[in-house]
Design a protein around this ligand. Structure first.
Ligand SMILES: NC(=O)c1ccc[n+]([C@@H]2O[C@H](COP(=O)([O-])OP(=O)(O)OC[C@H]3O[C@@H](n4cnc5c(N)ncnc54)[C@H](OP(=O)(O)O)[C@@H]3O)[C@@H](O)[C@H]2O)c1
Length: 234
C-alpha cells in the first residue's frame, strides 16, 4: 500500500474530488482526516470512510489554524475546497469575485501557512484548466487558478523539503454544479464529453489518482499537471 502509516488531511474532503482523494488514500493505508464546513455532510462522509472529521472553513484564519492544531503534524495535505462565484466581467459584483478568491486562493494560502507537514511530505493544490484555457464569464476563476499554479511553484522552493504540487482538472462530474438546472447540467456534460479526445468528462477518481501520485512520488515538486481528457489540445 502506497500510504501505509501516513497521515493525510483533505481540506474539502466531504465531496467531489476531495472525497475521491480521501477514499483512495484510505484504500492505500493512510489515516485520513477530512475537513469542510457543512458538519452533517462532513460527518456522513467521514463515517462512510472510517476517517476523522474536523469542521473547518478555509475563509477563516482561526478556523484553519484550529484544524491543524487538532491534526498535529501530518504527511500529506490536499486542498480541494472552493466555492466559485463568477459572471460576466463587466457586471459580476466585487463581493462575488472577492468571495471566489477568498475561498479558492486565500483558502489554499491559509492551509499552506498553518499545516505542519513532515519533511518529505507533500502539499497538493487544485487549480483548474481555465487558468490556461479561459472561457467567457469566468475571468475570476481563471485568475484564481493561475495564481494557485504560481503559488505552488513558489512554495515548492520556500517550503522544501516539503514537496508542493498542483493538479489542474478539466471538467469533472462532481456536486460542484449541483445548483445548475439538471437538464442544462447534463447537456453541458454531454457536449463536453463529445468534444474531448477521451470521449467522456472526468470523475473524481481521475484527479484523485494524480493527487496520490504526487503524495507517493518523492521526486515530484513544483509541478502542475493538467488532467483534462485532452481539453488543452482541442
Ligand atoms: N469539478 C470540476 O469540473 C472542476 C474543474 C476544475 C477545477 N475544479 C476544482 O477542484 C476543486 C474541487 O472541486 P469539486 O468539483 O470536488 O467540488 P465540490 O464537489 O463542490 O467539493 C468542494 C468541497 O469543498 C468544501 N468547501 C467549499 N468551500 C469551503 C470552505 N470555505 N472551507 C472549507 N471547505 C469548503 C465543500 O464542503 P462544504 O461546502 O461543506 O464546505 C466540499 O467538501 C475546486 O477547487 C474546483 O474549483 C473542479
Amino acid at each position: 500500500m502506497l500510504l501505509a502509516g501516513k497521515k493525510v488531511v483533505v481540506v474539502g474532503g466531504s465531496s467531489g474530488i476531495g472525497l475521491s482523494t480521501a477514499e483512495m488514500a484510505k484504500r492505500e493505508g493512510a489515516d485520513v482526516i477530512i475537513a469542510s464546513r457543512n458538519v452533517d455532510r462532513l460527518d456522513k462522509a467521514a463515517d462512510a470512510l472510517n476517517a476523522i472529521a474536523i469542521p473547518a472553513d478555509v475563509t477563516s484564519d482561526e478556523s484553519v489554524a484550529s484544524l491543524f492544531r487538532s491534526s498535529g503534524p501530518v504527511d500529506h495535505v490536499v486542498v480541494t475546497a472552493a466555492q466559485l462565484r463568477t459572471g460576466p466581467f463587466k457586471t459580476v459584483t466585487m463581493e462575488d469575485v472577492r468571495g471566489t478568491m477568498e475561498g479558492k486562493f486565500w483558502g489554499a494560502w491559509r492551509v499552506a501557512k498553518h499545516a505542519e507537514i513532515r519533511a518529505g511530505g507533500s502539499l497538493t493544490l487544485v487549480s483548474g484548466f481555465l487558468s490556461v484555457r479561459p472561457r467567457p464569464n469566468s475571468a475570476i476563476v481563471s485568475a484564481a487558478n493561475g495564481a494557485l499554479e504560481s503559488l505552488s511553484r513558489a512554495l515548492a522552493l520556500e517550503l522544501a523539503p516539503v514537496r508542493v504540487n498542483c493538479v489542474s482538472p478539466g471538467i469533472i462530474d462532481t456536486p460542484i454544479r449541483a445548483a445548475m438546472p439538471e437538464e442544462a447540467r447534463r447537456d453541458m456534460l454531454a457536449k463536453t464529453a463529445a468534444s474531448l479526445p477521451v470521449g467522456r468528462v472526468g470523475v473524481g477518481e481521475d484527479i484523485a489518482r494524480q493527487i496520490l501520485s504526487f503524495m507517493a512520488n518523492g521526486f515530484a515538486t513544483g509541478a502542475t499537471v493538467y488532467i483534462d481528457g485532452g481539453a488543452l489540445v482541442i
